[in-house]
Design a protein around this ligand. Structure first.
Ligand code: AGP
Length: 591
Protein backbone atom coordinates (compact mmCIF):
# COMPACT_ATOMS: atom_id res chain seq x y z
CA UNK A 1 0.00 0.00 0.00
CA UNK A 2 1.13 3.64 0.33
CA UNK A 3 1.68 5.79 -2.70
CA UNK A 4 4.89 7.48 -3.73
CA UNK A 5 5.68 10.17 -6.27
CA UNK A 6 8.87 12.01 -7.25
CA UNK A 7 9.59 14.58 -9.92
CA UNK A 8 12.18 16.83 -11.48
CA UNK A 9 10.41 19.56 -13.45
CA UNK A 10 11.00 23.08 -14.81
CA UNK A 11 8.62 24.68 -12.36
CA UNK A 12 7.98 24.73 -8.63
CA UNK A 13 7.75 21.05 -7.65
CA UNK A 14 5.56 21.10 -4.52
CA UNK A 15 2.21 21.97 -6.24
CA UNK A 16 2.86 19.28 -8.87
CA UNK A 17 3.85 16.72 -6.23
CA UNK A 18 0.68 17.55 -4.32
CA UNK A 19 -1.48 17.18 -7.43
CA UNK A 20 0.16 13.85 -8.31
CA UNK A 21 0.01 12.42 -4.80
CA UNK A 22 -3.70 13.34 -4.57
CA UNK A 23 -4.26 10.85 -7.40
CA UNK A 24 -2.65 8.16 -5.27
CA UNK A 25 -4.67 8.91 -2.17
CA UNK A 26 -6.70 5.76 -2.87
CA UNK A 27 -3.58 3.81 -1.81
CA UNK A 28 -3.50 5.19 1.72
CA UNK A 29 -4.71 8.19 3.62
CA UNK A 30 -3.35 7.94 7.18
CA UNK A 31 -0.83 10.72 6.56
CA UNK A 32 0.85 12.65 3.77
CA UNK A 33 4.23 14.29 3.27
CA UNK A 34 6.41 16.12 0.73
CA UNK A 35 10.13 16.90 0.59
CA UNK A 36 11.74 19.23 -1.93
CA UNK A 37 15.35 20.03 -2.60
CA UNK A 38 16.60 23.54 -3.21
CA UNK A 39 20.01 23.85 -1.57
CA UNK A 40 18.47 22.39 1.56
CA UNK A 41 15.85 19.69 2.05
CA UNK A 42 12.42 21.13 2.91
CA UNK A 43 9.80 18.84 4.42
CA UNK A 44 6.10 19.25 5.14
CA UNK A 45 4.15 16.30 6.48
CA UNK A 46 1.27 15.53 8.78
CA UNK A 47 -1.31 13.06 10.00
CA UNK A 48 -4.66 12.82 8.22
CA UNK A 49 -6.12 13.02 4.73
CA UNK A 50 -4.40 15.23 2.17
CA UNK A 51 -7.01 18.02 2.22
CA UNK A 52 -6.92 18.33 6.00
CA UNK A 53 -3.12 18.31 6.20
CA UNK A 54 -2.87 20.79 3.32
CA UNK A 55 -5.33 23.14 5.06
CA UNK A 56 -3.21 23.03 8.22
CA UNK A 57 0.26 23.19 6.69
CA UNK A 58 0.05 24.46 3.10
CA UNK A 59 1.99 21.60 1.60
CA UNK A 60 2.91 23.65 -1.48
CA UNK A 61 4.82 26.22 0.52
CA UNK A 62 8.30 24.74 -0.01
CA UNK A 63 10.81 25.75 -2.70
CA UNK A 64 12.62 23.80 -5.40
CA UNK A 65 11.87 22.16 -8.73
CA UNK A 66 12.40 18.60 -7.57
CA UNK A 67 11.08 16.47 -4.75
CA UNK A 68 9.35 13.41 -3.41
CA UNK A 69 5.91 12.79 -1.88
CA UNK A 70 4.04 10.05 -0.05
CA UNK A 71 0.61 8.97 1.16
CA UNK A 72 0.71 6.39 3.91
CA UNK A 73 -1.23 3.28 4.87
CA UNK A 74 0.44 2.54 8.20
CA UNK A 75 2.17 -0.80 8.75
CA UNK A 76 4.97 -0.01 11.24
CA UNK A 77 4.13 2.72 13.71
CA UNK A 78 0.97 4.72 14.33
CA UNK A 79 -0.30 7.14 11.68
CA UNK A 80 1.35 10.18 13.30
CA UNK A 81 3.23 13.14 11.82
CA UNK A 82 6.53 11.73 13.05
CA UNK A 83 5.89 8.43 11.31
CA UNK A 84 4.67 10.11 8.10
CA UNK A 85 7.07 10.01 5.18
CA UNK A 86 9.46 11.42 4.01
CA UNK A 87 11.83 9.92 6.57
CA UNK A 88 15.33 11.31 6.97
CA UNK A 89 18.82 10.38 8.16
CA UNK A 90 20.54 11.75 11.29
CA UNK A 91 21.44 15.09 9.72
CA UNK A 92 18.47 15.68 7.43
CA UNK A 93 20.72 15.43 4.37
CA UNK A 94 18.77 12.53 2.93
CA UNK A 95 14.98 12.22 2.54
CA UNK A 96 13.17 9.13 1.43
CA UNK A 97 9.66 7.81 0.70
CA UNK A 98 8.85 4.11 0.73
CA UNK A 99 6.04 1.73 -0.13
CA UNK A 100 6.51 -1.79 1.21
CA UNK A 101 7.80 -3.54 4.30
CA UNK A 102 11.37 -4.02 5.53
CA UNK A 103 11.23 -7.40 7.23
CA UNK A 104 14.65 -7.33 8.93
CA UNK A 105 14.18 -3.80 10.28
CA UNK A 106 14.61 -4.77 13.95
CA UNK A 107 18.11 -6.19 13.55
CA UNK A 108 19.16 -3.38 11.19
CA UNK A 109 17.86 -0.76 13.59
CA UNK A 110 19.79 -2.25 16.51
CA UNK A 111 22.93 -2.42 14.40
CA UNK A 112 22.58 1.17 13.17
CA UNK A 113 21.84 2.42 16.70
CA UNK A 114 24.99 0.68 17.91
CA UNK A 115 26.87 2.54 15.19
CA UNK A 116 25.53 5.84 16.58
CA UNK A 117 22.53 6.57 14.34
CA UNK A 118 19.69 8.46 16.03
CA UNK A 119 16.14 7.36 15.10
CA UNK A 120 13.10 9.58 15.47
CA UNK A 121 10.23 7.46 14.12
CA UNK A 122 8.79 3.99 14.67
CA UNK A 123 8.83 3.22 10.95
CA UNK A 124 10.78 0.52 9.16
CA UNK A 125 11.40 3.09 6.39
CA UNK A 126 13.73 5.24 8.48
CA UNK A 127 16.26 2.37 8.45
CA UNK A 128 16.80 2.95 4.74
CA UNK A 129 17.58 6.65 5.19
CA UNK A 130 20.21 5.76 7.80
CA UNK A 131 21.67 2.95 5.71
CA UNK A 132 22.09 5.30 2.75
CA UNK A 133 23.65 7.87 5.10
CA UNK A 134 26.09 5.23 6.34
CA UNK A 135 27.19 4.30 2.83
CA UNK A 136 27.45 7.91 1.63
CA UNK A 137 29.56 8.78 4.67
CA UNK A 138 32.28 6.40 3.47
CA UNK A 139 32.46 8.11 0.08
CA UNK A 140 29.77 6.49 -2.06
CA UNK A 141 27.52 8.45 -4.39
CA UNK A 142 23.77 8.56 -3.63
CA UNK A 143 23.24 6.01 -6.38
CA UNK A 144 25.81 3.54 -5.07
CA UNK A 145 24.81 4.08 -1.44
CA UNK A 146 21.17 3.39 -2.30
CA UNK A 147 22.16 0.26 -4.15
CA UNK A 148 24.23 -0.97 -1.18
CA UNK A 149 21.44 -0.13 1.27
CA UNK A 150 18.87 -2.12 -0.68
CA UNK A 151 21.21 -5.09 -0.67
CA UNK A 152 21.13 -5.05 3.16
CA UNK A 153 17.37 -5.18 3.49
CA UNK A 154 14.91 -8.03 3.22
CA UNK A 155 11.34 -7.34 2.20
CA UNK A 156 9.49 -5.37 -0.41
CA UNK A 157 10.09 -1.80 -1.42
CA UNK A 158 9.50 0.93 -3.91
CA UNK A 159 11.47 3.96 -2.84
CA UNK A 160 12.38 7.44 -4.00
CA UNK A 161 15.31 9.21 -2.36
CA UNK A 162 16.97 12.61 -2.55
CA UNK A 163 20.13 13.94 -0.95
CA UNK A 164 21.30 17.46 -0.25
CA UNK A 165 24.78 16.33 -1.27
CA UNK A 166 23.68 15.48 -4.80
CA UNK A 167 21.23 18.09 -6.00
CA UNK A 168 19.48 17.43 -9.34
CA UNK A 169 19.18 13.72 -8.75
CA UNK A 170 16.40 11.41 -7.55
CA UNK A 171 16.95 7.69 -7.18
CA UNK A 172 14.10 5.19 -7.32
CA UNK A 173 14.36 1.44 -6.71
CA UNK A 174 11.80 -1.30 -6.88
CA UNK A 175 11.47 -4.78 -5.42
CA UNK A 176 8.03 -6.41 -5.14
CA UNK A 177 6.22 -3.06 -4.84
CA UNK A 178 5.03 -1.22 -7.93
CA UNK A 179 7.05 1.67 -9.39
CA UNK A 180 6.73 3.32 -12.76
CA UNK A 181 8.78 6.05 -14.43
CA UNK A 182 7.29 8.91 -16.43
CA UNK A 183 9.65 10.17 -19.13
CA UNK A 184 8.14 13.51 -20.11
CA UNK A 185 9.68 16.24 -22.23
CA UNK A 186 12.26 17.83 -19.95
CA UNK A 187 10.28 16.54 -16.96
CA UNK A 188 10.69 13.20 -15.24
CA UNK A 189 8.55 11.39 -12.71
CA UNK A 190 8.46 8.31 -10.52
CA UNK A 191 5.15 7.03 -9.17
CA UNK A 192 3.47 4.00 -7.67
CA UNK A 193 0.84 3.99 -10.37
CA UNK A 194 0.18 5.48 -13.82
CA UNK A 195 -2.86 7.72 -12.97
CA UNK A 196 -0.62 9.85 -10.72
CA UNK A 197 1.35 11.26 -13.64
CA UNK A 198 -1.06 11.00 -16.59
CA UNK A 199 -1.59 14.76 -16.67
CA UNK A 200 2.14 15.25 -17.31
CA UNK A 201 3.20 12.42 -19.55
CA UNK A 202 1.92 9.28 -21.23
CA UNK A 203 5.44 7.89 -21.77
CA UNK A 204 5.85 5.28 -19.10
CA UNK A 205 8.60 2.81 -18.23
CA UNK A 206 7.60 -0.09 -15.95
CA UNK A 207 10.44 -0.91 -13.58
CA UNK A 208 11.07 -4.60 -12.90
CA UNK A 209 12.13 -5.99 -9.55
CA UNK A 210 15.69 -5.07 -8.60
CA UNK A 211 15.86 -2.23 -11.08
CA UNK A 212 16.63 1.38 -10.28
CA UNK A 213 15.97 4.67 -12.01
CA UNK A 214 18.07 7.81 -11.84
CA UNK A 215 16.09 10.99 -12.57
CA UNK A 216 18.02 14.14 -13.47
CA UNK A 217 17.27 17.29 -15.48
CA UNK A 218 18.77 15.42 -18.47
CA UNK A 219 16.18 12.64 -18.34
CA UNK A 220 15.96 9.13 -16.93
CA UNK A 221 18.47 6.30 -16.78
CA UNK A 222 17.40 2.77 -15.84
CA UNK A 223 19.94 0.42 -14.26
CA UNK A 224 19.90 -3.01 -12.71
CA UNK A 225 20.78 -3.39 -9.07
CA UNK A 226 24.42 -4.06 -9.98
CA UNK A 227 24.70 -0.75 -11.79
CA UNK A 228 24.48 -1.94 -15.41
CA UNK A 229 22.57 0.45 -17.66
CA UNK A 230 19.41 -1.01 -19.22
CA UNK A 231 17.37 -0.01 -22.25
CA UNK A 232 14.49 2.44 -21.61
CA UNK A 233 11.42 0.49 -22.71
CA UNK A 234 8.89 3.29 -23.12
CA UNK A 235 5.18 2.38 -23.27
CA UNK A 236 2.65 4.92 -24.51
CA UNK A 237 -0.35 4.86 -22.17
CA UNK A 238 -3.84 4.99 -23.67
CA UNK A 239 -5.58 6.08 -20.45
CA UNK A 240 -6.30 9.81 -20.35
CA UNK A 241 -6.00 12.07 -17.32
CA UNK A 242 -9.79 12.72 -17.52
CA UNK A 243 -10.32 9.05 -16.73
CA UNK A 244 -8.76 9.67 -13.33
CA UNK A 245 -11.02 12.71 -12.60
CA UNK A 246 -14.48 12.73 -11.00
CA UNK A 247 -16.11 14.17 -14.14
CA UNK A 248 -18.88 16.04 -12.29
CA UNK A 249 -19.80 13.15 -9.96
CA UNK A 250 -19.62 13.66 -6.20
CA UNK A 251 -17.35 10.66 -5.72
CA UNK A 252 -15.16 8.44 -7.91
CA UNK A 253 -17.21 5.46 -6.80
CA UNK A 254 -20.44 6.93 -8.19
CA UNK A 255 -18.70 7.86 -11.43
CA UNK A 256 -17.28 4.36 -11.71
CA UNK A 257 -20.71 2.75 -11.11
CA UNK A 258 -22.11 4.93 -13.91
CA UNK A 259 -19.26 4.02 -16.27
CA UNK A 260 -20.18 0.33 -16.17
CA UNK A 261 -22.24 0.15 -19.40
CA UNK A 262 -19.28 1.62 -21.34
CA UNK A 263 -16.75 -0.51 -19.51
CA UNK A 264 -18.65 -3.64 -20.54
CA UNK A 265 -18.79 -2.49 -24.16
CA UNK A 266 -15.03 -1.82 -24.16
CA UNK A 267 -14.22 -5.14 -22.52
CA UNK A 268 -16.44 -6.99 -25.03
CA UNK A 269 -14.35 -5.59 -27.88
CA UNK A 270 -11.54 -7.91 -26.79
CA UNK A 271 -13.48 -11.08 -27.66
CA UNK A 272 -11.25 -11.78 -30.73
CA UNK A 273 -8.16 -11.51 -28.48
CA UNK A 274 -9.69 -13.90 -25.96
CA UNK A 275 -10.45 -16.39 -28.73
CA UNK A 276 -6.75 -16.36 -29.63
CA UNK A 277 -5.78 -16.98 -25.99
CA UNK A 278 -8.21 -19.91 -25.53
CA UNK A 279 -6.98 -21.65 -28.68
CA UNK A 280 -4.22 -23.00 -26.41
CA UNK A 281 -6.56 -24.13 -23.61
CA UNK A 282 -8.24 -27.30 -24.92
CA UNK A 283 -5.64 -29.46 -23.14
CA UNK A 284 -6.72 -28.36 -19.65
CA UNK A 285 -8.80 -30.81 -17.64
CA UNK A 286 -9.15 -28.68 -14.54
CA UNK A 287 -9.34 -25.00 -13.60
CA UNK A 288 -8.25 -23.32 -10.38
CA UNK A 289 -9.23 -19.70 -9.73
CA UNK A 290 -7.19 -17.68 -7.23
CA UNK A 291 -8.05 -14.16 -6.03
CA UNK A 292 -8.88 -11.89 -3.08
CA UNK A 293 -11.90 -9.80 -2.09
CA UNK A 294 -14.14 -8.71 -4.93
CA UNK A 295 -11.94 -10.52 -7.45
CA UNK A 296 -12.56 -13.69 -5.41
CA UNK A 297 -16.31 -13.21 -5.83
CA UNK A 298 -15.82 -12.92 -9.61
CA UNK A 299 -13.85 -16.19 -9.37
CA UNK A 300 -16.77 -18.03 -7.75
CA UNK A 301 -18.93 -17.04 -10.70
CA UNK A 302 -16.10 -18.36 -12.88
CA UNK A 303 -16.34 -21.74 -11.13
CA UNK A 304 -20.10 -21.94 -11.67
CA UNK A 305 -19.64 -21.04 -15.34
CA UNK A 306 -16.83 -23.49 -16.07
CA UNK A 307 -18.67 -26.31 -14.37
CA UNK A 308 -22.15 -25.51 -15.79
CA UNK A 309 -21.22 -24.67 -19.36
CA UNK A 310 -18.06 -26.69 -19.90
CA UNK A 311 -18.24 -29.45 -17.31
CA UNK A 312 -14.63 -28.72 -16.27
CA UNK A 313 -14.00 -29.31 -12.55
CA UNK A 314 -13.04 -25.96 -11.06
CA UNK A 315 -11.62 -24.92 -7.70
CA UNK A 316 -11.70 -21.45 -6.21
CA UNK A 317 -9.05 -20.43 -3.69
CA UNK A 318 -8.41 -17.28 -1.72
CA UNK A 319 -4.89 -16.13 -2.58
CA UNK A 320 -3.95 -15.80 1.08
CA UNK A 321 -5.01 -19.43 1.74
CA UNK A 322 -3.40 -20.87 -1.37
CA UNK A 323 0.00 -21.15 0.31
CA UNK A 324 -1.55 -23.56 2.85
CA UNK A 325 -3.52 -25.78 0.46
CA UNK A 326 -2.90 -26.03 -3.25
CA UNK A 327 -4.92 -29.05 -4.27
CA UNK A 328 -3.71 -31.10 -7.19
CA UNK A 329 -1.94 -28.56 -9.38
CA UNK A 330 -0.38 -30.16 -12.43
CA UNK A 331 0.23 -29.49 -16.10
CA UNK A 332 -3.41 -30.36 -16.91
CA UNK A 333 -4.65 -27.54 -14.69
CA UNK A 334 -5.02 -23.93 -15.78
CA UNK A 335 -4.64 -21.55 -12.85
CA UNK A 336 -6.58 -18.32 -13.39
CA UNK A 337 -5.60 -15.40 -11.16
CA UNK A 338 -7.98 -12.45 -11.03
CA UNK A 339 -6.78 -9.09 -9.83
CA UNK A 340 -7.77 -5.59 -10.88
CA UNK A 341 -4.53 -4.02 -9.68
CA UNK A 342 -2.15 -6.79 -10.67
CA UNK A 343 -0.18 -5.89 -7.55
CA UNK A 344 -1.99 -7.70 -4.70
CA UNK A 345 0.79 -9.33 -2.68
CA UNK A 346 -1.19 -12.44 -1.73
CA UNK A 347 -2.13 -13.09 -5.36
CA UNK A 348 1.43 -12.52 -6.58
CA UNK A 349 2.70 -14.97 -3.97
CA UNK A 350 0.13 -17.56 -5.11
CA UNK A 351 1.18 -16.98 -8.71
CA UNK A 352 4.80 -17.80 -7.88
CA UNK A 353 3.71 -21.13 -6.39
CA UNK A 354 1.30 -21.92 -9.24
CA UNK A 355 3.87 -21.07 -11.93
CA UNK A 356 6.04 -23.97 -10.74
CA UNK A 357 3.37 -26.59 -11.39
CA UNK A 358 0.78 -25.30 -13.86
CA UNK A 359 0.16 -22.83 -16.64
CA UNK A 360 -1.19 -19.51 -15.38
CA UNK A 361 -3.60 -16.95 -16.81
CA UNK A 362 -4.02 -13.50 -15.24
CA UNK A 363 -7.20 -11.46 -15.70
CA UNK A 364 -6.05 -7.95 -14.83
CA UNK A 365 -6.98 -4.31 -15.32
CA UNK A 366 -3.70 -2.45 -14.86
CA UNK A 367 -1.39 -2.53 -17.85
CA UNK A 368 2.21 -3.28 -17.00
CA UNK A 369 1.40 -4.33 -13.43
CA UNK A 370 3.61 -6.99 -11.85
CA UNK A 371 1.28 -9.90 -12.59
CA UNK A 372 1.37 -9.13 -16.33
CA UNK A 373 5.08 -9.90 -16.32
CA UNK A 374 4.85 -13.13 -14.37
CA UNK A 375 1.78 -15.03 -15.64
CA UNK A 376 1.96 -17.21 -18.75
CA UNK A 377 -1.16 -15.71 -20.37
CA UNK A 378 -2.88 -12.34 -19.86
CA UNK A 379 -6.40 -11.09 -20.44
CA UNK A 380 -6.82 -7.36 -19.84
CA UNK A 381 -10.13 -6.00 -18.61
CA UNK A 382 -10.95 -2.62 -20.10
CA UNK A 383 -12.30 -0.77 -17.07
CA UNK A 384 -9.85 2.16 -17.15
CA UNK A 385 -8.38 3.44 -13.89
CA UNK A 386 -10.51 2.68 -10.83
CA UNK A 387 -9.87 5.16 -8.04
CA UNK A 388 -12.67 4.41 -5.55
CA UNK A 389 -11.38 1.94 -2.97
CA UNK A 390 -14.46 -0.26 -3.38
CA UNK A 391 -14.27 -2.15 -6.66
CA UNK A 392 -17.27 -1.68 -8.93
CA UNK A 393 -16.51 -1.27 -12.62
CA UNK A 394 -13.47 -3.54 -12.44
CA UNK A 395 -15.69 -6.28 -10.95
CA UNK A 396 -18.16 -6.19 -13.84
CA UNK A 397 -15.28 -6.06 -16.33
CA UNK A 398 -13.76 -9.15 -14.66
CA UNK A 399 -17.13 -10.90 -14.96
CA UNK A 400 -17.41 -9.99 -18.64
CA UNK A 401 -13.90 -11.33 -19.29
CA UNK A 402 -14.72 -14.61 -17.54
CA UNK A 403 -17.98 -14.96 -19.49
CA UNK A 404 -16.09 -14.30 -22.74
CA UNK A 405 -13.48 -16.88 -21.79
CA UNK A 406 -16.12 -19.55 -21.18
CA UNK A 407 -18.13 -18.50 -24.26
CA UNK A 408 -15.00 -18.74 -26.42
CA UNK A 409 -14.20 -22.18 -25.01
CA UNK A 410 -17.78 -23.46 -25.36
CA UNK A 411 -18.60 -21.57 -28.58
CA UNK A 412 -21.89 -20.52 -27.01
CA UNK A 413 -22.82 -17.73 -29.43
CA UNK A 414 -26.33 -17.35 -28.00
CA UNK A 415 -24.85 -16.32 -24.66
CA UNK A 416 -22.49 -13.90 -26.42
CA UNK A 417 -25.44 -12.18 -28.10
CA UNK A 418 -27.17 -11.80 -24.74
CA UNK A 419 -23.98 -10.56 -23.08
CA UNK A 420 -23.98 -7.65 -25.55
CA UNK A 421 -27.38 -6.57 -24.16
CA UNK A 422 -26.11 -6.27 -20.57
CA UNK A 423 -24.99 -2.60 -20.88
CA UNK A 424 -28.63 -1.66 -21.63
CA UNK A 425 -29.90 -3.63 -18.62
CA UNK A 426 -27.44 -1.72 -16.44
CA UNK A 427 -28.56 1.62 -17.89
CA UNK A 428 -32.09 0.76 -16.72
CA UNK A 429 -30.83 0.13 -13.19
CA UNK A 430 -29.03 3.46 -13.22
CA UNK A 431 -32.28 5.18 -14.21
CA UNK A 432 -33.81 3.82 -10.98
CA UNK A 433 -31.26 5.65 -8.82
CA UNK A 434 -33.75 7.92 -7.03
CA UNK A 435 -35.71 4.90 -5.85
CA UNK A 436 -32.50 3.30 -4.52
CA UNK A 437 -31.67 6.56 -2.67
CA UNK A 438 -35.06 6.30 -0.90
CA UNK A 439 -34.32 2.72 0.14
CA UNK A 440 -30.86 3.78 1.38
CA UNK A 441 -32.45 6.48 3.55
CA UNK A 442 -34.90 3.98 5.00
CA UNK A 443 -32.31 1.39 6.03
CA UNK A 444 -29.24 3.55 6.74
CA UNK A 445 -29.43 3.05 10.52
CA UNK A 446 -29.54 -0.75 10.51
CA UNK A 447 -26.67 -2.40 12.38
CA UNK A 448 -26.65 -5.68 10.45
CA UNK A 449 -27.77 -6.86 7.03
CA UNK A 450 -28.03 -10.30 5.49
CA UNK A 451 -27.51 -10.76 1.74
CA UNK A 452 -28.87 -14.01 0.35
CA UNK A 453 -28.89 -15.67 -3.06
CA UNK A 454 -28.58 -19.11 -4.60
CA UNK A 455 -26.54 -20.41 -7.53
CA UNK A 456 -25.28 -17.57 -9.69
CA UNK A 457 -26.73 -15.10 -7.16
CA UNK A 458 -24.71 -16.47 -4.25
CA UNK A 459 -21.46 -14.65 -5.22
CA UNK A 460 -23.58 -11.53 -5.82
CA UNK A 461 -24.79 -11.81 -2.22
CA UNK A 462 -21.16 -12.04 -1.04
CA UNK A 463 -20.19 -9.03 -3.12
CA UNK A 464 -23.18 -6.99 -1.91
CA UNK A 465 -22.22 -7.71 1.70
CA UNK A 466 -18.57 -6.79 1.07
CA UNK A 467 -19.54 -3.45 -0.51
CA UNK A 468 -21.78 -2.67 2.47
CA UNK A 469 -19.08 -3.47 5.03
CA UNK A 470 -16.35 -1.59 3.20
CA UNK A 471 -18.02 1.76 2.71
CA UNK A 472 -20.85 2.00 5.29
CA UNK A 473 -19.19 0.19 8.25
CA UNK A 474 -22.46 -1.73 8.70
CA UNK A 475 -22.07 -5.43 9.34
CA UNK A 476 -23.20 -7.34 6.25
CA UNK A 477 -23.30 -11.10 6.02
CA UNK A 478 -23.40 -12.72 2.57
CA UNK A 479 -24.93 -16.19 2.61
CA UNK A 480 -26.06 -18.90 0.25
CA UNK A 481 -29.82 -18.62 0.84
CA UNK A 482 -30.20 -22.36 1.43
CA UNK A 483 -27.52 -22.29 4.10
CA UNK A 484 -29.30 -19.81 6.41
CA UNK A 485 -31.33 -22.50 8.10
CA UNK A 486 -28.12 -24.30 9.08
CA UNK A 487 -27.25 -21.70 11.69
CA UNK A 488 -27.37 -18.00 10.86
CA UNK A 489 -31.18 -17.89 10.89
CA UNK A 490 -30.78 -17.76 14.70
CA UNK A 491 -29.68 -14.14 14.23
CA UNK A 492 -32.72 -13.02 12.25
CA UNK A 493 -35.20 -10.68 13.91
CA UNK A 494 -37.14 -7.58 13.00
CA UNK A 495 -34.01 -5.39 13.23
CA UNK A 496 -32.26 -7.14 10.38
CA UNK A 497 -32.96 -6.26 6.77
CA UNK A 498 -32.44 -9.23 4.45
CA UNK A 499 -31.42 -8.36 0.93
CA UNK A 500 -32.50 -11.18 -1.37
CA UNK A 501 -31.18 -11.58 -4.91
CA UNK A 502 -33.92 -13.33 -6.85
CA UNK A 503 -33.57 -13.34 -10.66
CA UNK A 504 -36.08 -15.38 -12.63
CA UNK A 505 -34.76 -18.92 -13.18
CA UNK A 506 -33.78 -22.12 -11.46
CA UNK A 507 -33.00 -20.59 -8.06
CA UNK A 508 -36.09 -18.35 -7.95
CA UNK A 509 -38.66 -20.47 -6.11
CA UNK A 510 -36.22 -21.88 -3.59
CA UNK A 511 -34.96 -18.39 -2.69
CA UNK A 512 -38.60 -17.29 -2.30
CA UNK A 513 -39.02 -20.05 0.29
CA UNK A 514 -35.99 -18.73 2.14
CA UNK A 515 -37.54 -15.26 2.07
CA UNK A 516 -40.66 -16.72 3.69
CA UNK A 517 -38.52 -18.31 6.39
CA UNK A 518 -36.80 -15.06 7.39
CA UNK A 519 -40.00 -13.03 7.08
CA UNK A 520 -41.65 -15.40 9.53
CA UNK A 521 -38.94 -14.33 11.99
CA UNK A 522 -39.57 -10.63 11.48
CA UNK A 523 -36.96 -9.70 8.85
CA UNK A 524 -37.57 -6.83 6.45
CA UNK A 525 -37.04 -7.95 2.84
CA UNK A 526 -35.33 -5.82 0.23
CA UNK A 527 -35.18 -7.75 -3.00
CA UNK A 528 -33.44 -7.45 -6.34
CA UNK A 529 -35.45 -9.12 -9.08
CA UNK A 530 -37.56 -8.64 -12.15
CA UNK A 531 -39.98 -5.73 -11.90
CA UNK A 532 -42.66 -7.95 -13.44
CA UNK A 533 -42.25 -10.54 -10.68
CA UNK A 534 -45.52 -9.98 -8.78
CA UNK A 535 -44.91 -12.76 -6.24
CA UNK A 536 -41.51 -11.33 -5.33
CA UNK A 537 -43.05 -7.87 -5.02
CA UNK A 538 -45.73 -9.13 -2.65
CA UNK A 539 -43.10 -10.87 -0.50
CA UNK A 540 -40.78 -7.83 -0.34
CA UNK A 541 -40.96 -4.67 1.73
CA UNK A 542 -38.87 -2.96 -0.95
CA UNK A 543 -37.79 -4.12 -4.38
CA UNK A 544 -35.05 -2.90 -6.69
CA UNK A 545 -36.49 -4.13 -9.94
CA UNK A 546 -34.89 -4.73 -13.33
CA UNK A 547 -37.16 -3.87 -16.23
CA UNK A 548 -35.91 -6.55 -18.64
CA UNK A 549 -35.63 -10.22 -17.82
CA UNK A 550 -32.15 -11.57 -18.30
CA UNK A 551 -31.09 -15.20 -18.19
CA UNK A 552 -30.12 -16.28 -14.68
CA UNK A 553 -26.65 -17.21 -15.87
CA UNK A 554 -25.89 -13.59 -16.85
CA UNK A 555 -27.79 -11.99 -13.97
CA UNK A 556 -24.68 -11.49 -11.75
CA UNK A 557 -23.58 -8.57 -13.94
CA UNK A 558 -26.63 -6.26 -13.83
CA UNK A 559 -27.86 -7.54 -10.44
CA UNK A 560 -24.77 -6.32 -8.61
CA UNK A 561 -25.39 -2.72 -9.69
CA UNK A 562 -28.36 -1.95 -7.36
CA UNK A 563 -26.26 -3.37 -4.50
CA UNK A 564 -23.35 -1.07 -5.37
CA UNK A 565 -25.69 1.93 -5.48
CA UNK A 566 -27.43 0.99 -2.23
CA UNK A 567 -24.12 0.76 -0.35
CA UNK A 568 -22.90 3.98 -1.96
CA UNK A 569 -25.98 5.94 -0.89
CA UNK A 570 -26.07 4.44 2.62
CA UNK A 571 -22.41 5.48 2.95
CA UNK A 572 -23.20 9.04 1.87
CA UNK A 573 -26.27 9.15 4.18
CA UNK A 574 -24.02 8.11 7.09
CA UNK A 575 -21.57 10.91 6.31
CA UNK A 576 -18.76 8.59 5.18
CA UNK A 577 -16.46 9.26 2.24
CA UNK A 578 -17.07 6.10 0.14
CA UNK A 579 -13.91 6.70 -1.89
CA UNK A 580 -11.70 6.49 1.18
CA UNK A 581 -13.19 4.16 3.79
CA UNK A 582 -11.23 3.79 7.01
CA UNK A 583 -8.53 1.14 7.38
CA UNK A 584 -8.61 0.20 3.69
CA UNK A 585 -6.34 0.80 0.74
CA UNK A 586 -7.06 0.19 -2.91
CA UNK A 587 -4.10 -2.01 -3.57
CA UNK A 588 -2.95 -4.42 -0.88
CA UNK A 589 0.76 -4.88 -1.45
CA UNK A 590 1.49 -6.57 1.88
CA UNK A 591 0.75 -10.21 2.71
C1 AGP B 1 -12.99 -4.58 -3.18
O1 AGP B 1 -13.95 -3.59 -3.10
C2 AGP B 1 -11.80 -4.36 -2.37
N1 AGP B 1 -11.19 -3.12 -2.63
C3 AGP B 1 -10.85 -5.55 -2.26
O2 AGP B 1 -11.56 -6.61 -1.72
C4 AGP B 1 -10.16 -6.00 -3.56
O3 AGP B 1 -11.08 -6.59 -4.43
C5 AGP B 1 -9.04 -6.99 -3.20
O4 AGP B 1 -8.10 -6.34 -2.39
C6 AGP B 1 -8.36 -7.57 -4.41
O5 AGP B 1 -7.72 -6.58 -5.17
P1 AGP B 1 -7.17 -6.88 -6.61
O6 AGP B 1 -8.31 -7.21 -7.47
O7 AGP B 1 -6.47 -5.62 -7.03
O8 AGP B 1 -6.21 -8.04 -6.49
Amino acid sequence: MCGIVACIINDKAAPVLLECIRRLEYRGYDSVGLATLSGDIYIKKGEGKINDVHKRLDLTDIPGNMGIAHVRWATHGLPTSVNAHPQTDCKNRIALVHNGIIENYRELKTQLKDEGHIFTSETDTEILAHLIEKYMKIGNSLEVATRLATKDIKGSYAIAVISKDEPNKIIGVRKESPLIVGAGEKESFIASDVPAILKHTKNVIYLNDNEMVILSPDGVIIKDIDGNTLKNNINIIEWTSDMAEKGGFKHFMLKEIHEQPDVIKNTLMDFPEIKKVVAKFSKFKRICFIACGTSFHASIIGKYLFETLLGIPTDVMLSSEFIFSQGALDKNTLVILITQSGETADTLKALKIANKKSETLAIVNVLGSTITREADHIIYTRAGPEIGVASTKTYVSQLVSIYMLVIAMSENNKLLTELHKVPDYIKQVLEDEDHIIEIAKKYKDANDFFFIGRGFSYPTALEGALKLKEITYIHGEGYAAGELKHGPIALIDDNIPVLAIVPPGKSHDKTLSNIEEVKARGAKIISVGSSTDEILKSESHDIMGLEEDISEILSPIPYVVPLQLLSYYISVERGIDPDKPKNLAKCVTVE
